[in-house]
Design a protein around this ligand. Structure first.
Ligand code: PLP
Length: 397
């Protein structure tokens, strides 16, 4: 017999992967220059020079065991020290390296954290719009039930009364993601303060810890004077899940971490549960070559120039054509409202007529929008504008 839950998961597609596969097919049919593929968050920007050079130097060094051998399950100490230094700078106090558990990216950070903190049947709240894989990690890795908190309005900030109701009803954990995929919205300090107050009252009333899981793969990708606060400074029981996929443009190489800060109640026990969940899920250790790279590169920050130009161009031009867009403060996504009351999939199908690949918002927990991933080349962003113009004309905008 087969595990039904896993079979269902394997057979159900992902809206993002489906449209990315369609884009691939169109590229081979009509040439890549004629396809405006905004489907997937695969950074077009190359890895920073120091990261590239460090990897070359490492590969040319002869210490094969240190480069490619197993490390301790939470990671090699020099890499954990580097990640902890990055967190200490954000926290404003020293985060010991023993708080860091290196992983194969944010996906494994989230699956491990949820498996460690949530018991089967408990609830996990997410704020819509949310990264669709949260549902998979919560339901399949932790056996939890997902509770979706809707946004308050067009700016995609959480609807606080619904958040409070969900927390009062009983949740084991809440996942937040700021800057957000798919809207680019950042949770402000004020929003975090209100959420923290609601969570603390519920912890008191319910006599248990409620964990806030801060999924932060885009935290360095911010524009203008936008700031991403260090969440544990607002709410103690916060676990940070991080990834270098976007900041170092290395999504296929798989490196990230879980950070259980010293302010977490019974933090050492929580960390031990993280180690147990990592072990149970078969994450032996994070890729060694990437750990070695991190030990030398934790001070590297991404070059945002292409993302910023694409954001300004696409937000400005699409708004000018009559599309309603959420202005992104961070990440590399533009959330565009389906015009004239169309559903998200009707909008994305119409965009396809002009070879524009967008992802419908339904699996992100919000109806009537499309996600545009602008981590493409500046040329692709520019060349797509006539196609968007035709799409706007089709709608009579
Ligand atoms: N969380 C969010 C919000 C994401 O957008 C992504 C990837 O796009 C992930 C997690 C997973 O990232 P990783 O490549 O580190 O597994």
């Amino acid at each position: 017999m087969i595990a039904e839950k896993m079979l269902k998961l394997g057979q159900s597609g992902s809206a993002i992967r489906d449209i990315a596969a369609y884009a691939d097919a169109r590229r081979s049919e009509i040439g890549s220059e004629n396809v405006f593929d905004f489907s997937i968050g695969n950074p077009n920007t190359p890895a920073p020079e120091k990261v590239k050079n460090t990897l070359i130097e490492l590969l040319e060094s002869s210490d094969s065991l240190a480069l490619h051998g197993y490390t301790a399950a939470p990671g090699a100490m020099n890499a954990r020290i580097a990640a902890a230094a990055q967190e200490s700078e954000r926290a404003g106090y020293a985060i010991p390296p023993e708080c860091v558990y290196l992983t194969s990216g944010a996906s494994s950070s989230l699956a491990i954290t949820l498996a460690a903190l949530v018991r089967p049947g408990e609830k996990v709240a997410v704020l819509a719009p949310f990264f669709p894989e949260y549902r998979v990690f919560a339901e399949a890795a932790a056996g939890a039930e997902l509770v979706v908190v809707p946004p308050a309005g067009e700016d995609m900030q959480p609807f606080m009364a619904a958040f409070e109701a969900a927390v009062e009803d009983g949740v084991a954990a809440v996942i937040i993601n700021s800057p957000n995929n798919p809207s680019g919205a950042i949770l402000s300090e004020q929003t975090l303060r209100v959420m923290a107050k609601i969570l603390k009252v519920a912890e008191e009333e319910q006599g248990k810890s409620i964990y806030l899981i801060a999924d932060e793969p885009y935290r360095e990708l911010v524009y203008g004077d936008a700031k991403v606060p260090f969440v544990p400074n607002f709410y103690e029981n916060t676990i940070v899940c991080y990834s270098y996929s976007k900041s170092f443009s290395l999504p296929g190489e798989r490196l990230g971490y879980i950070m259980v800060p010293p302010c977490v109640e019974d933090g050492k026990t929580v960390f031990a549960a993280v180690c147990g969940a990592g072990r149970a899920l078969g994450y032996v250790c994070a890729p060694s070559l990437m750990q070695n790279m991190l030990a030398a590169c934790a001070d590297v920050r991404p070059d945002l120039s292409t993302y910023e130009k694409n954001r300004d161009l696409l937000y400005g031009e699409l708004s000018g054509m009559g599309f309603e867009c959420v202005k992104p403060d961070g990440a590399f996504y533009l959330f565009v409202k389906a015009p004239k009351g169309d559903s998200a999939s009707e909008f994305c199908e119409k965009a396809k007529q002009f070879e524009i690949m967008l992802v419908p918002s339904d699996s992100f927990g919000v109806a009537g929008y499309a996600r545009l991933a602008y981590c493409v080349s500046e040329q692709t962003a520019k060349n797509s504008l006539p196609a968007f113009k035709k799409l706007s004309e089709l709608y009579g905008l």
